[in-house]
Design a protein around this ligand. Sequence first.
Ligand SMILES: Cc1ncc(COP(=O)(O)O)c(C=O)c1O
Length: 388
Amino acid sequence: MPIPFIDLQAQRRRLGQPLEDAILEVVRSGAYVMGPQIAALEAELARFGHAPHALTCGSGTEALILPLMAWGIGPGDAVFCPSFTFAATAEVIPLVGATPVFVDIRPDTYNIDPERLTAAIGAVEREGRLKPKAIIAVDLFGQPADYPSLHHVAQVHGLKLIADSAQGFGCALDEKQPIHWADVTATSFFPAKPLGCYGDGGAVLSKDPALHERMVSLRVHGQAVASDLEGRAFGHDAKYLNMRVGLNARMDTLQAAVLLQKLTIFEDEIAARNRVADRYAEHLAGTVVTPAVIDGGVSVWAQYTIETPDRDGLAAALREKGVPTAVYYPVPMHRQAPYRDFPQGEGGLPVTEAKAGSVLSLPMHPYLEPDTQDQIIAAIHAHVKRNR
Ligand SMILES: Cc1ncc(COP(=O)(O)O)c(C=O)c1O
C-alpha cells in the first residue's frame, strides 16, 4: 500500500453513512444554492471560531477578496503580506487594484515578522506613493502568526488586519483564535485543508456587523441588503437591485452539508494531528530541523514541515521508499513573474529566499498510524545517516 500524503479516505470511512446521507439529502432537496445547510454551517462556524459573524463563500481566495472589496481597498493602497505563502494571499491584492508589499518571515515559524513589517510600513509611509491600508498575515502550515504583535502594529498605523487562516483554521494562541486580534479571518475548505470539503469552499469570520452585511451583498453581485433598503420602498423584488459591484461567491449547499458533518469530528482531528506532530518531533529531533511553534500556540498542522540542507536528496530517497513529500513553496511570490515588480520591505526577503530552498513537508493527517509513521521516520534516519 503506498503511503498517502493526506488520507481523506480514512476520514470518509470514519464519517460513514451520515456523511453520505447528508449529501443525498441535498441532492433530493433540490436546494442546491443557498439551501438551509448554508445558514446552519455559518452558525456552526461562528460558534467554533468564537466570531460574531461567519459568511460562507466559494473558496479561500474569495474569502480574502470579500473583505478587501468591502473596505474599498484599491488603486494607490498598499497591503502588506508575506511572500512565503500560497499564491492566493498575494493575488487578491492586485485583483482589487492595490499593491502588495512583500514582508520577510520569521526563521522559526515561517510567519510574517512583525519587526520587518514595521520597517516595511515605515518605508511606504516615508516614500508617500502608496497609502498603507491592510496587513494579510498567514497562519502558514497551520500555526498562528504573532497576532498580539501584528495587532499592535495595525493599531499604531491604522491598518486593517486579515488573518489568512486557510491552512490554520482552528489554530490558537494563548487559547484564542486569530479573530480575537484580526478584523477578519479568511479560511479555505479546499479538500486538503485541515477542515476540507469535497470541492472548493471558504469562509470569512468577522466582528463588525456593517462589514459582514457588506460582504453578504458582495457575495451575490452586490445585491441590496437590509441597510440599503431601510426607509425605501421598491416596486419590485429587491433581489434584483444591485447596489455595488460584487461577485458570485456563494458556497454550494452540498459543500455546507459535508462541512457540517466534518465539523463534528474536527476538534478530535486537531488533537490527533498534534499527536502525530509530537511523535515526529520526538523521533526526528537532531536528525533534521523540526518545526517550532510560537510560544502559547496550537497548530492544526496543515503541513508538517522539516528543514534540511539536502532537501532534494532527502525527497528523492523518500520517494524511492514510497514516502511522498511536498515542497511548499519552492518559488516565493516575489520571484513569480506577475509579482516581480511589486515592492519588498527594506532589506529584501533573505529568510524567505533561504527557506524556499530547504523546507520539505512530510505526510501529515489525523489518521497516520504509528507503524506507517515509523516507516517514514526510519527512511529519514537512513538517508541522513548515509549522507553524514
Ligand atoms: C495560505 C492560503 N491562502 C489562501 C488559499 C486559497 O484558498 P482556495 O484554494 O480555497 O481558494 C490557500 C489555499 O489553497 C492557502 O494555502
